[in-house]
Design a protein around this ligand. Structure first.
Ligand code: TXA
Ligand code: MG
Length: 327
């Protein structure tokens, strides 16, 4: 009989050993990373991977990110690229790189593509479970496909319920938005597929010019990787956007305003919620998904959300909000 609710594990050595055992024996376990919570499974076990897709309701066409402990483990699943040496300072951390795959990687991970997305995470709990399990771990964000990613353990149980039987509680995630995805699978070409905590500016300082995949091109990419879909990270409540510091349009009904920082210049009426003390995009990104989930549960007709300046992590913050607003 499936358990009626998810079981929470702590970060104690015995609980992490339990999590690693479960993963080694083909079960799925939700684990914290420094970006968002991931639904982890043994990346080399097709039966375990199949459960990830079932639990999330994720299309099989959408490939998974493989998490490894270090570059030696990375070389077992992907062809190394000389440009990785320039990126060494970003790992362990919130950077995912798309490389050519090694034959041992199951087609379920790569959606039968010749590439695999890999990341060396920094979160000590995830790293300890990687070490104890001795396996590369595939992990998409631990949310139903298309919904807002989880940044706290309770978000995972709230939206996946008993479908995800095990969750390691590591508290709130530091970055709050998913990793940056950089495609280096074609020699001499670098493409940013998803903005994230490792900023475009920081990557370009190491690699030189990087092609940013535009929204129009994203639609094309969506056929290969539905996770890049325009409408993604979406609450059920309608989301409308307005520029940083601008006045949101007048709206009828029960309106929530999601603001980067406190504002005194706005007309009264809507309920205001603040993502940061002083308007920092880092703090905004950290709290965005948590607040979107809270507001989504409160029966608002519309959430009017303030965009950040589109530099640094502001690009990732705006990307997630724009997708949340797409209909
Ligand atoms: O921060 C993160 O990246 C989190 C944590 C758990 O690591 N994971 C995450 O996974 O956000 P997911 O599956 O929710 O998003 C991964 C994205 C998807 O949009 C998928 O389409 C894309 O990565 N992706 C995976 N493999 C790919 C590949 N070989 N080529 C292009 N895109 C790929
Ligand atoms: Mg996701």
């Amino acid at each position: 009989m499936p358990s009626p609710a998810a079981s929470f594990l702590s970060s104690s050595p015995s609980d992490l050993a339990r999590a690693a055992d479960l993963l080694r024996t083909g079960h799925c376990v939700a684990l914290p990373t420094e970006t968002v919570y991931g639904l982890a499974a043994d990346a080399l076990n097709p039966a375990a991977l199949a459960q990830v897709f079932t639990i999330k309701g994720r299309p099989l066409l959408d490939p998974l990110i493989v998490h490894v402990l270090d570059q030696a483990a990375l070389a077992e699943v992907a062809e190394l690229d000389e440009r990785l040496a320039l990126l060494a300072g970003f790992w362990p951390g919130p950077l995912t790189v798309v490389l050519r795959r090694k034959p041992c990687v199951p087609d379920l991970v790569t959606a039968s593509k010749p590439t695999v997305a890999v990341r060396i995470p920094a979160h000590p709990i995830f790293r300890e479970v990687l070490r104890l399990s001795g396996r590369p771990l595939a992990a998409p964000s631990a949310n139903p496909f298309g919904y807002v990613s989880p940044t706290k353990a309770a978000h995972v149980s709230d939206s996946l319920g008993a479908r995800c039987p095990w969750i390691v509680d590591g508290g709130a995630c530091t970055h709050g938005v998913e990793s940056t995805i950089l495609d280096l699978s074609v020699p001499g070409r670098a493409r940013l597929l998803r903005p994230g905590p490792v900023t475009l500016e920081a990557l370009q300082a190491k690699l030189g010019p990087i092609e940013v995949v535009t929204r129009a091109v994203s639609q094309q990419i969506a056929q290969d990787a539905p996770g890049m879909l325009e409408r993604h990270y979406s609450p059920a409540t309608r989301v409308e956007l307005f520029a940083r510091g601008a006045q949101p349009a007048a709206a009828v009904g029960k309106v929530a305003r999601l603001l980067l920082a406190r504002r005194t210049d706005l007309p009264v009426g809507p309920e205001d919620f603040y993502l940061s003390e002083h308007g920092s995009a880092e703090e905004g990104a950290r709290h965005l998904f948590d607040l979107l989930r809270q507001l989504d549960a409160r029966g608002f007709d519309v959430i009017q959300a303030e965009l950040a300046e589109a530099v640094g992590i502001g690009a990732a913050y705006n990307d997630r909000l724009t997708r949340a607003a797409a209909r």
